[in-house]
Design a protein around this ligand. Structure first.
Ligand code: F6R
Length: 264
């Protein structure tokens, strides 16, 4: 795991956006894994601006989202498909047929999960996967106790996640308790993973993910197994880390090495 600690949530978004812009510059037909929630919103704003200024193009890219509520069709304002259209896809030069979100309205959701896995494999696998983390350590909708090698499947949301996400639903509105989510194994198959976390409410989950044991009790700890996982944090999200000085030291060394190599 590479732990990057930055001074503000804006810097976290900028760092994450730069990874996506560099990825697309190196490989315009990249396969990108995307997330919803509050955390990636600022990053998506930066990607939209970069695309409108022609500093990046998604014209040849394909995207796969992590998850979707089971029971919500893509036109539903609380669906993750709708979120992605509003916050990214409608504003960039991506072809609609190259954007995939699990089908929350599938008649046979089990078959839809298997199809999603196949679609990812047919696209050549995910090059760069964006993640946020839940306060309970979930990634995608892989809640605590999720199998560490799980694949795309139907998952029941915990009461904590339902409560956290209730802010997006109005009073009395139906809020699903089930989801379709890429599995932890699906996420671990991505060639590179970048997880963003901001704010003190994520500090406990970040501590468990980075310094806790590898355990299904904290699904994000599975990223300890990944060869290219970059964890980008603001000061508040990093505030419970014990070895924080060491992570800063490694990043300074990385930066010095990077600068030396660029000068050669
Ligand atoms: C959403 C997703 C979730 C969120 C997590 C954090 O697609 O994968 O795991 O990343 O719940 O959500 P926010 O960013 O709203 O704190």
């Amino acid at each position: 795991m590479q732990i990057v600690i930055l001074s503000s949530s804006n810097c976290v978004a900028e760092y994450g956006a730069a990874l996506f812009i560099d990825q697309l510059a190196a490989k315009p037909d990249s396969v990108l894994g995307l997330a919803t929630g509050s955390t990636p919103l600022a990053l998506y704003q930066l990607l939209i601006a970069a695309c409108q200024q022609q500093r990046v193009s998604f014209a040849s890219a394909k995207t796969f989202n992590l998850d979707e509520y089971l029971g919500l069709a893509g036109e539903h304002p609380q669906s993750y498909r709708y979120f992605m259209q509003q916050h990214l896809f409608n504003h960039i030069d991506i072809s609609p047929e190259n954007t995939a979100v699990p089908d929350g309205a599938a008649v046979d959701p089990v078959a839809a999960c298997a199809r999603y896995e196949q679609q990812i494999a047919d696209a050549g696998g995910i090059d760069l996967q964006l993640l946020g983390v839940g306060r309970n350590g979930h990634i995608g909708f892989n809640e605590p106790s999720s199998g560490l090698y799980s694949r795309t499947r139907i998952k029941t949301l915990t009461p904590a996640t339902i409560a956290d996400n209730s802010r997006f639903f109005s009073a009395g509105e139906y809020q699903p308790h089930l989801s379709i989510t890429m599995g932890i194994g699906t996420i671990l198959d991505a060639k590179k993973v970048v997880l963003l976390a901001t704010g003190v409410s994520k500090a406990g989950a970040v501590k468990a993910m980075v310094e806790g044991p590898l355990t299904a009790a904290c699904p994000a700890s599975a990223l300890q197994l990944h060869q290219q996982a970059i964890i980008v944090l603001d000061e508040a999200a990093a505030s419970e880390l014990t070895d924080i000085d060491f992570y800063r030291h490694i990043e300074r060394e990385n930066q010095a090495l990077h600068n030396r190599l660029r000068q050669q």
